[in-house]
Design a protein around this ligand. Structure first.
Ligand code: TTP
Ligand code: MG
Length: 201
């Protein structure tokens, strides 16, 4: 019997800011480019921190990308011969991205996305929990807590030198002028509603 493996699945790269998600996405893209795969890279046009048509990581590695305003724009660019669809900062796309990614994977595309699992409040970020459930492969990266040096799983937003407030808007594009990587214990949010009070006996 001849094994005929079908390509077509979802890979999610996630974690807080400063974890190297974009770097990991670019690493996977480059590796597939060496294998002569036909690759197309997207990013939401909300994030204009770096060049317009490039995905750029902190270590300055780059991949050419297409800016999109809506998830469905992806379908205007993906062709039958496309092997790999990569998306950076996927948490900023609208909810339709879930169906589109599912559809692409069913059409034998390898879909690799990276995005923040949690917002500055430590709450799940838009479609990320759904994508993480549907993905065949999830890589959760950590950063380094700027307060204590432990593995950082959260992103601290700092406004005027203080932790941001729970009801502040979720979207605020930025880098180390407004954000820090923190562990669970050093992560702070002003006025976060308490679910449990007291201490363990
Ligand atoms: P990321 O690419 O996740 O940040 P990064 O480049 O530091 O991480 P990595 O090295 O892992 O790729 O970009 C996050 C963007 O999201 C950034 O512009 C800030 C923004 N953001 C919000 O809008 N709201 C939030 O609650 C948080 C935590 C970030
Ligand atoms: Mg990034």
């Amino acid at each position: 019997m001849r094994l005929k493996q079908k390509e077509g699945w979802i890979e999610v790269i996630t974690g807080p800011m400063f974890a190297g998600k974009t770097e990991e996405l670019i690493r996977r893209i480059k590796r597939l480019a060496y294998a002569k795969k036909n690759i197309i890279v997207f990013k939401p046009d909300i994030d204009n921190r770096y060049a317009d048509d490039l995905v750029v990581s902190h270590d300055k590695s780059k991949a050419k990308s297409i800016n999109i305003a809506h998830a469905k724009d992806i379908l205007n660019f993906v062709k039958p011969e496309t092997d790999v669809v990569a998306i950076d900062e996927v948490q900023f796309l609208d909810d339709e991205i879930v169906n589109i990614i599912d559809y692409l994977a069913s059409q034998n595309k390898r879909v690799i996305v990276s995005g923040l699992d949690m917002d500055f409040k430590g709450e799940p970020f838009s479609v990320m929990p759904v994508l993480m459930s549907k993905a065949e492969f999830v890589t959760k990266l950590s950063a380094v807590c700027l307060e204590c040096g432990a593995p950082a799983t959260r992103t601290q937003r700092i406004i005027d030198g203080k932790p941001a407030k729970y009801y502040d808007p979720i979207v605020l594009i930025g880098a180390d002028e407004s954000y820090e990587a923190r562990c669970r214990h050093c992560h702070k949010v002003y006025r976060k509603p308490k679910i449990y009070k007291g201490s363990l006996k």
